[in-house]
Design a protein around this ligand. Sequence first.
Ligand SMILES: Nc1nc2c(ncn2[C@@H]2O[C@H](COP(=O)(O)OP(=O)(O)O)[C@@H](O)[C@H]2O)c(=O)[nH]1
Ligand SMILES: [Mg+2]
Length: 255
Amino acid sequence: MKTLIIIPTYNEYENIPPLLEAIFSYVPQTDILIVDDNSPDGTGELVDKMALADNRIHVIHRVGKLGLGTAYVTGFKYAIAHNYDAAFEMDADFSHDPQYLPDFLTAIEHADLVIGSRYIPGGATPNWSFVRRFISGGGNIFARLFLGMPIHDCTAGFRCYRRNVLESIGLDTIESQGYGFQVELAYRVMKQGFRIVETPIVFMDRRVGKSKMSRKIVFEAFTYVLRTRFGKQPALHIPLTAQSRQPDAVGSVGK
Ligand SMILES: Nc1nc2c(ncn2[C@@H]2O[C@H](COP(=O)(O)OP(=O)(O)O)[C@@H](O)[C@H]2O)c(=O)[nH]1
Ligand SMILES: [Mg+2]
């Protein structure tokens, strides 16, 4: 299976070299696409140099900080255009441990979307305070109940999609950016009837650098759920051509 790992970056200079080395140590056959938003710390130039030395590494440079959601949409379109069979979403800061990548590749053989889940047996957030757990865990229960999604971790950003999913979910009409982006995508994938599987991950806090997520991004996710539940489905503009399959085929895989 031809696979692309998409990593959006904004000021991740120190994380990128050890991260890419770790990824290739677990999954040497995959390609990596960095979508850099003109990071002031020189991440983009660094990846350009690494790409010259390794043809598995690819880079897209954007003009400025345009947000996580559009960075992934840009990466997904690259994956479609270059005929990858599957594409990953992965953060640059080691919160998403590369050791789990082989689990995703095993699971995607029998799924359309694999989500790295903190909220199924084997998953965890060991460094988190009670307040952070409450906000993230509560947010997930809220989205699950209001949107009827049988997914335990729908804000998770460590994922693997098959290309046909990316081609079918209307990438040009996605509205959200941060955690809301992850919820919106999971919802669209579910509505199309694709098979979603969760695989457990232990989510660690970022090693170096700063988080770019804000309260505004948390609020956006919250309002996305409410708008989608109580609005006239404004957030679901999906082409009618996609085929439907087993609507409730959601499961999880063990380690
Ligand atoms: N290209 C791009 N990457 C971003 C942007 N915002 C965040 N990122 C990257 O997205 C990933 C997750 O962001 P992070 O700040 O760690 O979010 P947190 O884990 O929720 O605190 C990291 O790899 C960031 O460098 C953005 O506006 N553009
Ligand atoms: Mg992070």
